[in-house]
Structures are given as C-alpha cells and as structure tokens.
Write a protein that binds this ligand. Sequence first.
Ligand code: ADP
Length: 779
Amino acid sequence: MAQKKVGEKMFESSFEYDGELKYRLIFEKSPIGLFQYNTDAVITECNDRFVEILKSKRELLVGLNMHKLNNKSLLPAILDALDGKNGYYEGPYATTTSNAHIYVLLKAVPLTNPKTGQVVGAMGIVEDISELYRTQEELTIQKEHFRILSSLTTDSASILTIQPDGNFKREWLSTQLMDEIGYRPEDIDSFEKWAAIVHPEDLAEFKNAYNTIVSKGEKVSLTFRVKSKVGKIYWIENTVYPEFDNQGKPFRLISAVKDITQKKRQEQELQQHQNLLKSIVDNAPIGIWVVNTDGTYPLINPWFSQNIGYGTSQFSMTEDEIDQCRRSDMQALNSDGPIETTEEVTFTDGKKHILQIFKQKLTSTTGEIFGVLGIANDISERIQYEKALVEALEKAEESDRLKTAFLANMSHEIRTPLNGVIGFAKFLRNFPDTTPQEREKFLGIISNSADHLLTLINDIIDISKIDVGQLTITPEPVNINELLAEVYSFFYNANPDLPKRGIAFNYTTSLAESEALINADRMRLRQILTNLVGNALKFTEKGKVDFGYWVNDESKELLFFVTDTGIGIPKDRQKIIFQRFRQAHTDITKQYGGTGLGLAICKSLVELMGGKIWVDSEPGRGSTFRFSIPMDRSMDDTTKISMGYQLPALQKLLSGKTILIAEDEPNCMYFLKTVLKKLDVNILEADNGLTAVELQKQHPEIAAILMDIKMPIMNGYDAIKNIRTSNPKVPIIVQTAHAFSNERSISKALGCTHFITKPIDPNSLYQSLYIALKGNKDD
Ligand code: ADP
C-alpha cells in the first residue's frame, strides 16, 4: 500500500523532476557501465552495469583508489581524464576483485567546474567488449587456419555468382590448383571459360551437373577432366554448394576443386591390376579359391568350379575328400607360411584326380585371419606320365637284360646244333670206315641239328618281319586233318623215346576227311602247332601230350588246343610268355633251352590270321594252350586236285616227262635233281634265266619249269616274262626264299603257276608238281 503511494507520487510529480534526479536515473539505469572518480582517482560513484562488468561489488568499488590497482592497464586513460584530456583504452583487462578476464572499452572524460574550468574529477564509461573481441579473435584464428590450410593443399576453391542471364561469374578463386594447371584467375573467370577447359568427352555431363545445381538447388559432386594450359589432362573432383537468397533461389555457388589425377591414375592402375588378376584367376588352368573362416567361398575360379560342379547338382567331391580338404584348411590356418598337400578329388568326369594343393592363410590389414587361399594343380597326368616313364625305364632295363640273356641263350642255341652238324660231318669225312649203322645215326644227328638251326633262323627272321610289319599270311587250301597228322608224325619220329619216357602222345581231329579242307596259311599254321607241340613235349617229363582242334559253329572258328601234363606255368608268367624273349622258367632255362621267341611269333601269327591265343596252366599239373582262327571254306578247284595227291599217282603222271630246272646254286641244283630222280623224269638244267628261256624254246616237250629268282645274266622274273610271251600254259613253279615276301606277288603277276619255299621240302615239291600238272591236264 505504502509502495503504491510512492509510485503514484512519483508519477504525479514527474514533471517536477529536477535535472539532478534525471541525471541520476540515467546514470543508474544506463546499459553502459559508468563511474565517477575524483582528482585522487578514487571512485566516488558507479552504476550497476559497471559493477556487473567488473564482476565485483559496489561497496568494494566505491572508495577504491585506482592508483592502487594491481592491474594498471586502465590507469593511463583514467589519469588522462584527470589531466583534462579524453582517456581511451581498449583491450584485455583482468579484474582485481574477481580475477575475471574480460575485454573492455574505456572512455574517460574530465568533469570540470563550469565556473572555474578546473578539473574536479572525471567520468568513466566502460563497455564489456569481450564478446566482440572473442569473435574477432576467432575470426583471426580462422583466417590464419584457412591461410595455413590453403597453403598446405593443392586444392582450389572459388565462388561463382549466378548472373541474371543464368550464366556464372567467378567472384573469387583460390589459386593453388589453377596455378598448377597453369591458369590465372582471369583465364577462368566465367562459366564459359571454365567449361572451355573441360575435356570434350566430359563436357555434357559437366554442364548437366551445373544445370542441376541451379534448377534443383542441390549440392553436386562431379568428376571430369580438364586440359592444362600446356595440354596435359588432369582429373578434377568438383563439389559445388549452392547458396540461396531469401526467396529460396540459388544466387551463389561455392565450388571446391580437387586434383584427383593421381587418385584416378591409381584407381585405373588398381582397376587394370584387378582386371589382370581376374583374368588370370578366370582363365588359369588351375584351381584357385578362397574359403572364409565361416565356411563360405567368396572366390572359386571357373576351372575349379566347373571341374567339381561347385554350386550345382553335379557337385562331385565325396564326403571323405571334403573332410580331407577341411583338415588341410585347418593346417594352413595354424601354419605361418604356405602349406603343400596332395589330395585326391573326384571331378565331374567321374575320375579321381590327383591335385597338388598350396594353401595359405589370409590376414586382413588389421591382422585378423579371415580365410584360406587355395591353389590346386591337377598332376594326375604328370603322375601317370612319371609312372609310365618309370615303367618304360623298367621295361627298357628288363628288355636290355632279356636281350643279354637272349644273346647268351642264342649263342648256346646256335652252337649246340652247329656242333652236331660240323662235328659229325667232319667225323664222317675223316673216318670213311664207319659202319652203315653209325653213318645212319650220325646223318640223323646232322639232319636234326640242321632242322633245329633252320627253325632258329626262321624264328629270328619272323621276329624281324613282325617288327617291320612284313609278316603276311597267304591262305591256301589246307587239309587240317592231314596237317595235324604231319605234325604228329614229325614229332613222333623225332622223339622215339616217348613211350620210354612214359608220355602218351596223341592227336584228335573233329572234322571228317571230306570236311577238313579249309583256307589257311599252311606253313604258318604248321609253324604254330609245331611250336606249341614242341614246347609241350619239351616241358613234360611224363604223363601225356594231346593236341587237336574242334569247331565252334557259332563263331565259325576253329579252336586248336595243345595240352600237356608238364611243369606248368605260374599265374604271373602266363601273360608275359607271349612277349618276345620272355621265359616262364628263367631258373631252369638252361635245362630246356629255347630263345623265348616261339610264343611271341605264334601270337603275332594267330592275330594276323584273325584269331586269339591264350593259355590255362597250373604249375606242376600242366598247361593247355589254345588258339582260334576263323574257319574259311571258300576254295577253288585246284584244291580238290591237291587233295588227290599221292606219290604213286605223281610218279605215274610224270614218268618220262621233261622238267627244266633253272637254278644257279650248284647245291640246290643237286638237291632238286636228287629229289626229282625218284619220279623218273628227264631233267634239263639252266644256271641262269637266259639259258632257261632258250632251252624252253628248243624243247617244247618240257612239262614243267622250276624257276629260281635270283640268278645271274637274267633273273627269274625276266625269264618268266619271256617264257610267257611264247608259252602261256607251261607250269612254272617258283622257288622262293620266304624271307622276301614280295617275291610271291611279283612272280604271280608275271604269270608263274605255283610256289615252293626254300629250303625245299621234297613233299611240298611233289605236291606242287602234282597240282601243276594235274591242273594242266584237266584243262
Ligand atoms: P622258348 O620255348 O624257346 O623258350 P617260347 O616263346 O616258345 O620260347 O616259350 C616261352 C616260355 O614259355 C618257355 O621258355 C617256357 O618257360 C614257357 N612255356 C611255353 N610252353 C610251355 C609249356 N607247355 N609248359 C610249360 N612252360 C611253357
């Protein structure tokens, strides 16, 4: 109530305020700090704002002698006013009482007695300008920072204003980057000039981006190339911020430009590097993959993924293989360096491949282990190749060993019969008084030894022919029953001690005589059977040796067998005995002799005939050799004639006939004459082709000609050619050394009728003559 009254009073009497009161009110309420001091610089009065600025108390300030202030920074300005001048101070001030750091602006004006003009004190006006100061200080610091920063970077910044025509004008440009690129600010002080240095390929995008900034008012970051003043290309990253006016329209652009040429180059190099790496990984014919510790596969290259069908239903690795793979992953994770393993992995081709695998744990830049890198090389072929090499080497060594053994054997095999021939031949010459029985025996030994030698030489020739692919099969009509009988009687006669040795020797035929005629290479079939039966008799101590054949109607084959109760052949040797030089019983070879060639030749011959050969055997119980040949029954009339051959019939046919023998070798001539004498024929002799041709012309009664091929003056071929010009019919029987297979074909082409093979077997000669003459007669 009392207060209200005072207020009302004040209002009512407001006009009565005197100047003093007014002044006091202004003094007190002024937002500026005011203080009054006397000539001794003692503060006599101050207002609230002054107390507030100095963060002090009125009672501490009023009565304060400012001479005594610790902080003397204000004192000069204060004293200036006492000297009648205006005092001024602007700067930092640490208050004495509150020890606060502030910035102040002090103006001090002298108070003078208007009457005397004498200074009676002074008035101080104080403003707290700390805020302003700080802002300015910060600005200065920021400016300094900006200066330092822009001196540290090669980047540039600029400010562009948007012109009324929509174009830009560059207001400001920090020069660092543009200096480097070689442009002065005036070179690029408009948008058009700026655009002019942009690479043509990037220009459309550049303009587009700037339009977007203006039309949408969005910050844009774009990269493009610019040409330097000297034509060098720089990559620039340009970030542009729009500033908007109070209608929200962009009116200014702040643009920061950064040289990213180096970064771009690095990026491009990195990209190229990555592309290169990717193409290596994608095209490498090896497996490359990365497995993370969580079991995922962030990388698996095409070679590997295709081969194991990764990620498809064709996935081919087995559980065991996956386990093995995981184990080696663990090993790699626990190992400092790379590890190498060899693992078997099933591929989609269904085969197990042998992989040589290198594994290495992978570590991130922060040192964390995050997975394993695997590289796999398929070494299956290499291993196979190495195996084959080792086998080949072993084979070569074995073959070398076998050849050495063969040569030693061969020397023995050749010397034994040669000793027989040479020894007994000399004996017969030196001791003519030997008894007829002894002579018979010695001649038998000589003949057997010679046969043996011949077989040996034939075997070697055959093997050489097999090697050069010259061994040919010449089918002719053969009575296989007769062939078997021949082989049987040969061995029976050659081994008269069989019954004494307790060996039952037999043969069986399964076709009737009339059916037993087939087309086959007689000589070669006989050779095979002779070899097998010879072996059976050689390797059998007692028991029996049977041979024969039967017919498989279904396969139209003849199946021959030679079975014995001999020493047999161990299982592991049953295949290799068909290879050359191989013998099943190397330990007892000496006992049985042999060269290891017979079965190899038999195998080649049987296969050439279109059949197969094999053996079933049990050591100690015996062996059965079997071979098959196709049954060929297509034959011509001559065949039937040959079937009728008997010696008496031949004698009858030839008796009194004339036969011309063309042969330059006296021994052969002698042998042929001896054989033919048995037939009661007249013989004409020619020791060269020319004589043969002439004799043939002079003696039209010649019933047949035996013609050798290799002769002096005129060879057999030319002689046949000549004879055939005048006499197409006379039978010409060529004697061929079967070592030269084309002799037969050439002679046949020239018109010869028959062949006999040297060394000449009398029976074959008789048979050929019979066929030749009988055939001629029937014509
Ligand atoms: P060779 O008899 O000249 O040594 P072969 O090629 O005819 O050569 O035979 C090779 C080997 O096969 C013989 O050395 C022998 O070890 C074995 N062999 C062949 N036939 C028989 C058989 N009937 N019984 C036991 N072993 C045999």
